[in-house]
Design a protein around this ligand. Structure first.
Ligand code: THU
Length: 131
């Protein structure tokens, strides 16, 4: 699948974010090896710690539906849903990627022009921990 298609899904997902506390809306689109895409948005909680990032929402949806073979994820976010620059995945999300993805898993980080920067999981999580 062309990255542009995945990026469009991530941007659409951002509009579904539930972020009344930070106002930062984040969207993700996770591409499986067979072409299936799972979207995700961040879902905040008044008790704060139950909040979940957009990327992990997408992974939880995919894994719970029996998908474990992933190729790429597109991510975007910004205050009030306005993208002002790339929105790199947090450390917890990177570790969740590590659980299911190889070093060459691709992360597309979308900027305000709708362009994207591409990184591999190895690049954003070097010397990673896994069992
Ligand atoms: N957030 C994500 O959804 N993904 C990330 O990788 C970083 C942070 C969310 C969590 C919270 O709802 C908001 O962005 C501000 O931190």
């Amino acid at each position: 699948m062309h990255p542009e298609k995945l990026i469009k899904i991530a941007i659409e997902s951002m509009s579904r974010a539930y972020a009344p506390y930070s106002q930062y809306k984040v969207g993700a689109a996770l591409l499986c090896a067979d072409g299936t895409v799972f979207s995700g948005c961040n879902i905040e909680n008044g008790a704060f710690s139950p909040s979940i990032c957009a990327e992990r929402t997408a992974f939880a949806k995919a894994v719970s539906e029996g998908y474990r073979d992933f190729t790429a994820i597109a991510v975007c976010g910004g205050k009030d849903g306005v993208i002002s620059g790339i929105f790199p995945p947090c450390g917890v999300c990177r570790q969740v990627m590590r659980e299911f993805c190889k070093d060459d898993f691709l992360i597309y980080m979308i900027d305000k022009e709708g362009h994207y920067e591409t990184r591999t999981l190895k690049e954003i999580l070097p010397d990673s921990f896994s069992l």
